[in-house]
Every structure is written in structure tokens, then in C-alpha cells.
Ligand binder design. Structure first.
Ligand SMILES: Cc1cc2nc3c(=O)[nH]c(=O)nc-3n(C[C@H](O)[C@H](O)[C@H](O)COP(=O)(O)O)c2cc1C
Length: 188
């Protein structure tokens, strides 16, 4: 029998590393689990108004989102613990270097293999929460995580965030082909 709870959680959550520049061109990155796809070409992220990243995105209206990986998990966690408001060399401290995107005014973290480049469509502010809807205008991927010209999940080492035990989990093996395995119930 299922147990009933008054509060719920959403799962699985991604581990998104949001890259942005401040007014001096200093790169920053933060860890965000509250984000996801919002339609065919858009994403949304939910950020606290006090983060340096939030101010940077309001300033430039452009940012990147890299997907955290198991081999860089300590650095990905670090950018979720320390604010660029309090540590100017935050990225240097955890070994992240960046290359400026050629599509948006935002940094791409060299050590993370896949990043999307995003342009803000809408910013919604409610209390201290800033919800940002953005268009994906490009993607950069390292060759070593690709197979036949496509990003290969089995090579990328992506992780997800487990809100129950507050840990990062590796994305596992494929269990079935989507829009395919279910066809076995089609009796028509
Ligand atoms: C696993 C994890 C998930 C997080 N998810 C979010 C999130 O979705 N939204 C948010 O505002 N902060 C989130 N944070 C907190 C920010 O990453 C953190 O406060 C960070 O230091 C902000 O950096 P900044 O001020 O340099 O932008 C998360 C932190 C961790 C460790």
C-alpha cells in the first residue's frame, strides 16, 4: 500500500552548471537543480535573487548551461556552495577554466564536455525567486563524448541530483528505446 505525504519532490533533477559574466567580464558559475526543458527549444531555471549568477543574467540576458559530470563532481559541487559575490576567483579555486562562447556573451567551462548557449526570453520575479525562460541558441560538445556526430550519454558521464538523500547519482544504462518499446501493447 502507498503511504501518503503532505509534501512532495520532483525527480529526477538535473545538475546544471550555469555560466555567466559580470559587468567586469569576470566569469562565474553556479550549480542549479531547479531547471528543465520548457518546450521544444526553451529552458527554464529557477534562481535565488541573491546569487551573483542571477544579477549577471539580468545584466547580459545571455548564459550557458553545462551538464555536470562525475569526473568533475567536486568542482561542480563547489560552485554550488560558494558565491562569486564572496570569492572573485571562484572558478580558478576549483580548477575550472573558461572559453568565451562565440554565440552568447557567456563563458563555456572547458572541463565540462557539453554546454548549451542560452538567450533570455522572459524573467519572472516572485519574492526572492527569479524564474528565467531562455531560448537555446547553440550547443558545444567535446568530440570525445560524441558518437557519429551526436552527444553520447554513455560517454558523457552526466549526473543527476537526488533530493531525498542529497547526493549526485550517475546517469545509468539505457533500459529501452523510447517511442518504441511501448509499441508491444499496440494490439490494433
Ligand atoms: C546540488 C545543488 C543544487 C542547487 N540548485 C539551485 C537552484 O536550482 N537554484 C538556486 O538558486 N540555487 C541553487 N543552488 C545554490 C547555488 O548554486 C549557490 O548558492 C551558489 O553559490 C550561487 O553562486 P553565485 O552567487 O556565484 O551565482 C544549488 C546548489 C547545489 C549544491
Amino acid at each position: 500500500m502507498k503511504q501518503a505525504f503532505d509534501k512532495g519532490f520532483f525527480a529526477p533533477l538535473p545538475v546544471l552548471i550555469i555560466g555567466s559574466y559580470d559587468e567586469k567580464g569576470t566569469p562565474d558559475a553556479m550549480n542549479a537543480a531547479w531547471g528543465g526543458q520548457a518546450g521544444m527549444t526553451q529552458i527554464s531555471v529557477s534562481l535565488s535573487g541573491s546569487h551573483k549568477t542571477t544579477a549577471n543574467i539580468k545584466l547580459n540576458r545571455e548564459f550557458t548551461v553545462a551538464y555536470a559530470t562525475a569526473d568533475q563532481i567536486a568542482a561542480c559541487d563547489f560552485v554550488g556552495i560558494v558565491s562569486g559575490n564572496n570569492m572573485e576567483n571562484k572558478l580558478e579555486k576549483c580548477g575550472f577554466t573558461v572559453t568565451k562562447s562565440d554565440k552568447v556573451n557567456a563563458p563555456i567551462i572547458d572541463q565540462l564536455p557539453v554546454a548549451i548557449e542560452c538567450r533570455v526570453i522572459e524573467i519572472q520575479e516572485e519574492f526572492n525567486e527569479t524564474r528565467i525562460v531562455a531560448e537555446i541558441v547553440g550547443l558545444k560538445a567535446d568530440e570525445n563524448v560524441m558518437t557519429d556526430g551526436k552527444v553520447d550519454y554513455s560517454k558523457a558521464g552526466f549526473v543527476i541530483y537526488d533530493t531525498v538523500t542529497k547526493c549526485y547519482r550517475a546517469v545509468g544504462e539505457s533500459v529501452a528505446a523510447a517511442r518504441s518499446v511501448g509499441k508491444k501493447f499496440d494490439i490494433v
